[in-house]
Design a binder for this molecule. Structure first.
Ligand code: NAP
Length: 335
């Protein structure tokens, strides 16, 4: 390992609008050496997620921004290759916020050991990790599904959306997804078993919702915001539950739009709209993982990954994801 280098991707500039590859620096440095109580982890898979766009801005939201010249924030999974910790042994598989880098040091406070019995290693940062748990708790707890409910989920083929739609089917709901291409539309209907889907780039979303949801909408799991959300809001039923998971259509706008437009409908329809962060459910994560792993084993829950090889491709893959180029959970394979 001594003649190997650590490849790291740092934030170079704070983007205005969509990030560019020049907003990142790919840097080679020496592999860090763990101190007493620390471990060295070799990253095997890196997760790319929409929240990272927010961390590139100089604004504190629910977490601090990445500083210019700092390693980009990111969840990753890898193996312990050196240990000066009594808790971790060489070969242990661990997951946490290791960042966009080939090797990371940890004192153990920000990582967890991965149970490989539940699924392949990369599922620990995908369907059995942050995005899958977001779908699981954001749907089951915030949306409180009842069998027979009509559920709409946006960004339906993505890391979160594909899981939401399938859990909704397991719960006995009717599920309609909104997606950005015909191949994503076929995937959610033909492979995942959604009842219908709408290509929001080609179809009039309002008209398509009228056709696919003739009895109105009981649950909306919102990943996107903007005009898709406006069209859904106009069609909610009395007692609807709306889970505001994300607003990706707004992340690269210089000024967010005023969306949704039609808030008074919440009063008229006596409905609730609730934002959440997956971290709220941290103490329950293992329960969610075990239940979803069971559904995967029984064939009730499928997952699609969008894998790109090589850390140096992370910036362009991340930018592509913000533009809808990913088809499934976006992952970078390093080893
Ligand atoms: N609350 C939480 O704790 C939490 C945790 C994780 C994720 N999230 C949020 O969940 C959402 C989905 O995340 P993910 O990881 O599953 O991402 P993803 O769906 O795998 O990838 C992002 C997708 O968003 C869609 N998209 C991009 N621009 C859009 C636009 N202008 N209008 C509509 N759709 C657009 C694209 O799909 P199409 O080709 O279909 O447009 C793209 O593939 C994001 O908003 C994210 O911030 C929230």
């Amino acid at each position: 390992m001594s003649d190997e280098i650590n490849l790291r991707i740092l934030l170079a500039n704070r983007p205005s609008g969509f990030p560019k590859e020049s907003d990142f620096i790919i840097e080679e440095s020496s592999i860090p050496i763990p101190e007493e109580g620390e471990i060295l982890i070799q990253t095997e898979w890196l997760s790319l997620d929409p929240y990272m766009r927010g961390r590139m801005n100089d604004q504190k939201s629910y977490a601090d921004p990445v500083a210019i010249g700092e390693v980009m924030v990111g969840g990753a999974v890898g193996r312990v290759v050196r240990s000066r910790s009594p808790i971790y042994e060489i070969g242990d598989v661990v997951e946490g916020r290791l960042g966009w880098q080939a090797y990371a040091i940890s004192n153990g406070s920000d990582i967890r050991k991965v149970n490989l019995d539940l699924g392949p290693i990369q599922t620990s940062i995908g369907i059995l990790g942050m995005p899958g748990l977001t779908a699981y708790f954001g749907f089951l707890d915030v949306c409180e599904p009842i069998p027979g409910d009509t559920v709409v989920v946006s960004a339906a083929s993505g890391a979160v959306g594909q899981v939401v739609g399938q859990i909704a089917k397991i719960m006995g709901c009717r599920v309609i997804g909104t997606v950005g291409s015909d191949s994503k539309l076929s995937f959610v209907v033909d492979e995942l078993g959604f009842d219908a889907a709408i290509n929001y780039k080609k179809q009039d979303v309002g008209n398509a919702l009228d056709v696919t949801c003739p009895n109105g909408i009981d649950i909306y799991f919102d990943n996107v915001g903007g005009f898709v959300t406006d069209a859904v809001m106009d069609r909610i039923n009395t007692g609807a539950r709306i889970s505001v998971c994300g607003q990706i259509s707004q992340y690269n706008l210089p000024e967010p739009e005023f969306a949704p437009r039609n808030m008074s409908i919440l009063t008229r329809k006596q409905s609730k709209m609730e934002g959440f962060l997956v971290t709220k459910y941290q103490s329950l994560f293992d329960d969610g993982r075990i239940r979803m792993a069971g559904w995967i084993k029984s064939g009730e829950l499928k997952y699609r990954e969008y894998v790109v090889e090589g850390l140096e491709n992370a910036p362009r893959t991340f930018i592509g994801m913000l533009n809808g180029e990913n088809f499934g959970k976006t992952l970078v394979k390093l080893v």
